[in-house]
Every structure is written in C-alpha cells, then in structure tokens.
Design a protein. Sequence first.
Lengths: 244, 326
Amino acid sequence: MLEVKGISKHFGGVRALNDVSLHLDAGEVLALAGDNGAGKSTLIKVISGVHAPDTGVLTYMGQPLNANSPLQARNLGIETIYQDLALADNLNVGANIFLGREPMKPFFGLTKVIDRQKMLQESREVLHSLDIEIPESSLEQPVRNLSGGQRQAIAISRAIYWNAQLLIMDEPTAALGVPEQRKVLELIDKLRSQKIGIIFISHNLNDIFAASDRILVLRQGRVVGESKIGQTSREEVVSQMVSG
Amino acid sequence: MKLDAIRSIWPWLFLLSMSIFFEVWARLAYDASFLFNLFNIQSILTFATAPLLLGIGVTFVIIAGGIDLSIGFTMGFAAVVFATITASLGGQDPLVALSIGIIATMLLVMIPGMINGWLIAGLHIPPFIGTLGMYGVARGMGFIVADGVTVPVNNPILFQLGTAKVFGLIPVPVLIAAIVVLIAHFVLSKTKFGQYTYAIGGNREAALRAGINVKRHTLLLYMIAAGFAGLAGLIYTGRFSAGAAQAGEPLLLDSIAAVFIGGASFFGGSGKIFGTVIGALVIAVIQFGLVFVDVEPFWQFLAVGIVIIVAVLVDQSRTRLSSGEK
C-alpha cells in the first residue's frame, strides 16, 4: 500500500535521510528501529506530509503522494499517533474521538447542537470493534481519569473511526507500564487483522519483536538492515543499530 | 469522578453557608431577616449582575486557558462612551438616541477585545501581560473620553430600563442578566464553539491537530469578554443614569473571583456558566450582607480576597488529587 523510493532529506548541512526506500503492505506491521538521530522521526514526518523530501518518490495505494501536505495525507487515511499530544484530557471519550468533526442535530428547528448521544454510541461501537475495554461508567468522564494505555487506545480508535488505512505510531508504548504495553501490542495485532498498515517507531526491542512483521534499521539516515522478524535476532539488530 | 461531583456542589454549599451566616447574624443582632426579605433579594440580584456579566465573558476566556484583566476598565470605557454618545444626542427622539448609543458602544467596545485577541493569538503575548496592558489603555481611554468626570445622561427610556421592575418584581438588569446567562450556557454546553473552548483549554496542541482554528477562536473569546464588559457598562449607565470610567474597577476582582468560586480551573479546561452565576451570588451575598449587618465596607475586599484564595486552594487540591500526587 505504501512505497517509498530513494528518499533523501537535508536540514542545512545535516543529511537526515539518505536514499531511504521501504514498502508496506496492508495488514503489515513494520518497525523502525535505530538510535537517536538515525532519521526515524524525519522519515515518518516525510510519509505523513510534514516534511517534503529533497529527492525520492512516495506512492500510496498506487497514487503518488503529494509531498508536504499533512492534510492530503490525512484525507487519504494516513494518520500519525503521537505520544502525549493526541487527547484533550478534560473531554470525554466521545468528545475526543469526534474533536473537530462533531455530529450535529437540530435544536427545535432553530439551530444545531452537538449530538452527544450519537458521539457516545459511535465511540462505544468503535471501541468494541477493536476489543478496547473501557468501563461504561468511564465513557462520559474526562479521559484524564483513564490509564495511559486506554488513552493511547482512544487516540488509535479515533484514527480508525475516521478511516485510517495507514497508522504511524511514534513510540506507542514508551510511557506505559508493562500490562498497558501488552494491551497496546494486542491492539496492534487486532489492527493488523483488520488490514490496517502500521509503521511504528520503538526503542524497545521486546515490543518490536512481539508486535511487528518486519524491521527496518536506520543508522545516520541510511537503511542499514531490513529483515523479517524470525529471520533475525536481537543481537543482529543491535549490532546494525550501533555499527551499521 | 466523586471529586468532580464535590467540585460542582461546593459553590452551592458556600452560597448556602454564607446566606445562613448572615441570616443568623441579622436575627441575633437586629432581630431582622436577611433572606426572607424581597427588597434584600432584589438588591442582591441587582448587585450580582455586574460581576456576573463580566464573569460570564471571562469564564469563556478562563476555560480556554486564558485570563482577561482588562474587562473592568473596558466596562468603564463602555459606560462613559455610552453616556457621552447618548447625552450628545439629547435633542433626538430618546429611543433613537438610546439605540445609536447602544450600537455604537457595543461596536467600539469590540476594539479592546480584538486587540487583546490579536496580541495573544497573533503575537503570542501571555494573556496576563497582554490584557494587563489593555487594563491601562482602557482605563486611560475611559478617563480621557469622560474628561475625568462622571458623565450624566438624561434619557427617560434608559432611566426606565435601568430602574424598572418587571411585574413589579424583577429588576430589568436582573432579567437581562438571566437571559444572557441562558444564552451563554447554551453556547458553552451545546455548540461546537463551546466544545472547542473546552478543547483549547484542555490541550491546545490536540485542538490544533484536530483542525480547530485556535487563533480565530482565541480572538473571538477575547471579543466575547469585551462584549460582556460592554453590556455591563450599558447596564451600569442605565442604573445610575451616568457613566463613570472607574465603574468597573472593583469588579475585576469580583468577576474573576466569581469564576473561580464557581469551580473553573485556574489551569483552564473546566468551568461552567452556572458555576459563575453561583460565584457572583456568593460575592453579592457577602457584599450586601456585610452592608446589611452594618460592617464597615472595607471588610468586603478582605472577605472577597479570602474567598478567592480558598477557591483556588480547592482547585489545586482537586488537581493534585486527580493526578495522583499527595
């Protein structure tokens, strides 16, 4: 579904990406590994349209992707989930899932008001379809009362509700406790079974080996290793990360 | 969850305990009733309208994580502008003079609001500093327009509106405030505009990512605050048949206190119009109550100041509890 060919990106004299290529199929989980400054973040920002590459071509679902258009990327179903920036803590689950795109209903024929009942109902359904467990009593509470993993799950279900086909996740498990990390990994599994393509960045090799199908190792802006999980080992990945 | 419930109940408890306090005091000291007295109730409600109107405007701003310190003097500016314009049209039909005065004042009062919004949303000046600057500007403008004196206005319709009681019972300013309260509550709780106000206060970054035009929204919020200050200025001039630049000076503290007593968070993201209504009533009960039991008026400032500190302490302990700190 996604084809990235020969992407390079400079910031001043710094070469952040150097001839990077990758591909991703629907229902596949690709992990991006690499040390700080290896170019992981720049690469996902190029894919999500935040940065335009200097050279190279992006193709998504057979169509060329306009570089430098986050809006186009989002409209085509490419969604990025960031660690902490996703949710308004003081709003409830439905309000967050629908933030900026609230359903409206008529108000005595005079004007329109937010349809909170519909937001609640639809949120319940999308959470259910992804096997995300959030107690009924918490659905109408501010999401600050929920755990880190549940909040992450809400951010993901928002993307899915709005028809994301390709999810990019930046360190989805970094701020979570172990049981919560496991929940997020289960969710990634569930998304894979629904044919969503996933690219995720992680520092945690355990997560990478638990959740992904393939791993791409970056070092100093270059791809220094690409292997299927099962055909590689932690030791090999670590040695690629540090010495290329 | 329980904490949120406590938070919405405690302003009511505060209002109740204040009322009982003055009721007991009045009965013991003067053998009179504080609460079961129509005149007192009318006076308290009328007293509450000015801090309430200012408070409603600033409730929007505070929910979105901002503050507006200029509303008191913007109200004074509106009062003198309104009085000056309406008085200068004294030869016209009173209704025409009044209408022109109202429209012109409400348009002019948008200017400080727009400048506040532009400074904060466009130039990223912290709200506290930007509106503190406007505090000075509006104060100066008010005194300049009024030439340093109180501007009398002699308009029979305005006099009627400012002092009449609907059905001989409800003062007109109170009725206007009640209608405005309902509209503001509707906007804040039922519309996208209200929803985005909460979202911006909760997580500005999330609001931006959700495609909300945060800049435009912030500009509108400060214009709303200025608009309510303008309305408060109109009502002031109506009640006293005169505009004064210092009309809103003591009301800045009262109105912001009303918002925090009403349960809004100092950190943004929460607050309710009906909370601010209760907050304004608490302030009015304290102020009118102290007058009623014949305590020197200086004690009002002290009492309101203490109430603000208590309200913010409650907010902090709530925030700390919900984030799990001790």
